[in-house]
Structure formats: C-alpha cells, structure tokens
Design a protein. Structure first.
Length: 267
C-alpha cells in the first residue's frame, strides 16, 4: 500500500496507468479527469476509483491548483481479500464505478487516510482500518455478475507475451522487431494490438515499468538516484527526472524524501 497527499499543486500528468487499484479524492479545488474518451470534473464530493491498468490523466483546470489524496492498493492483496468475499475469485474483480458518490464511503476514506498518515497510530490499527475500508468498497462496488467484453484468447496471449518481454527487459532498449518476434506478430500489427489492449504504446509501457521499479528502489534502498537511472536504462538522471515527474508529478528526490520522512515519523 502507498498513500500520498498533495497540497495546492498545479502539476500536470501525461496519460499513464498504475499496476495497483488507485483510489483518490480531491480535498480542495477541482480537477479534470480523462480516461479513454471520457472526461469528468472532479470535486471534493466524490471518490475516483481506478481499476489496475486503467490509462488516465488528472490535471488542474486552467492552471488552478488543487489538493488531493491518493491510495494505491496492491492488486494481489485486493484479490486475496475479494476471494474471501466472493466465490470463485481467481483474478482481481474490477470495480463497476469510476466516480463514486457515496458520502459514507468518502468519510471513511478520509478517516482512513488520516489514520495512515498518523505517525502515532499502530501498524495493526492501520492494517485493520485498511482492510475494513476495502471490504466496504468491494462489497458495494464490485459486481461479480459484471464481466468485461472478453478479449480473444490469442490476442490476450500475444499481449501478455509483450508485457512479459518488457518486464524481463525493463533495463534494456528492445526494438519493435524484438517485441513482434516475442509476440508472434508483424511489427506493423504490434503497435495496434498492444494499444487496443492497454491504451499505451509499448515504449510508454516500458517507461512506466521503469518508473515502478524506480519507486521501489527509491523506497527500499539507498542507491543514488543517478545510479538508479543508469540501472533502469535511462540516459542519465535528468532523463529519469523528466519521465518520473510526468508520471508521479514529483522528482525522484522529492519522492524519496517523502518516503523517508514518513518512516522517520513512524519510528
């Protein structure tokens, strides 16, 4: 789990996705949320719930700053919790609502985030509150009868081969021909196939995998940022900084500082 709060920010995001279930709320101001061909105006009155791998962007309107909170929940953890609620769960059960207008759940979300950010609260207390909130969310907004449009098996297999190849070669610079060979398709078909399934180009997906790994290294190691950049295939630290800020809306240094600051407060 990762919890994040941002105050009075006018930072812009490029379209991106998270491997996690991402739940957020505006606390001050408004923001424009875009996913696919849908654009919504977010206000402090509702929650936004993004299923894993949902390509999206959330940005200020006409340069106005906004404040918001985000909660990122590990997909495997969510799936294990859902398996205790629903029968026959083998993979993550998606939420049926993107915008959730539920005053009770919104209050519960803010109470949970307050607790998670409280350095005096016990970890056990935080874990219990997190699980309780997730159970309420899944119980109200996961419909086991609702199934997404099935993707043909061969197409799913080819897309997963591309994803797996990118995961294995996250530090490398594979070519379109490399990916096409791994997936068993032509290079011209590769871009369309992957884009239709994920909403991203293979190049963009690779960068997002690198940023996920960078976040892990920044939060779990003392590796210098310049070394992380080279380890993950970026040209240099400036290249990592630019891509990191596009996706996370802060620099690697600011991200690490926030992680270390929250840990020292909890000790």
């Amino acid at each position: 789990m990762e919890c994040r709060h941002t105050y009075d920010s006018d930072a812009h995001y490029t379209p991106h996705r998270h491997a996690t279930l991402s739940i957020g709320a505006i606390t001050e101001g408004v923001a424009s949320f875009t996913s696919g061909d849908q654009t919504r105006i977010l206000t402090p009155d509702s929650l936004i719930a993004l299923n894993p791998e949902t390509v999206h962007a959330c940005n200020p309107i006409e340069g106005e700053a906004r404040s918001y909170r985000m909660l990122y929940l590990d997909t495997a953890w969510c799936t294990r919790l859902q398996a205790g609620l629903f029968e026959g769960v083998e993979s993550f059960v998606p939420l049926t609502h993107l915008l959730i207008d539920d005053a009770d759940l919104l209050r519960g979300y803010h109470a949970l985030v307050d607790l998670l950010l409280d350095p005096q609260a016990l970890y056990l207390e935080k874990e219990e509150a997190l699980e309780s909130f997730a159970v309420s969310l899944f119980g109200r907004y996961c419909d086991r009868r609702c199934r997404p449009e099935p993707i043909p098996l061969l197409q799913r297999q080819r897309v997963e081969r591309i994803r797996e190849f990118l995961r294995k070669h996250v530090r490398d610079n594979p070519t379109t021909a490399d990916l096409a060979q791994a997936a068993g398709v032509s290079p011209s078909h590769l871009i369309r196939l992957f884009g239709e399934a994920t909403g991203l180009s293979p190049r963009r997906y690779l960068f997002e995998l690198r940023i996920e790994k960078a976040r892990e290294l920044l939060s779990t190691t003392e590796m210098p940022i310049a070394e992380i950049a080279l380890e993950l295939g970026f040209f240099d630290q400036s290249h990592l900084n630019r891509v990191f800020k596009q996706i996370v809306a802060c620099t690697p240094y600011e991200y690490r500082k926030g992680i270390l600051g929250s840990r020292s407060s909890a000790q």
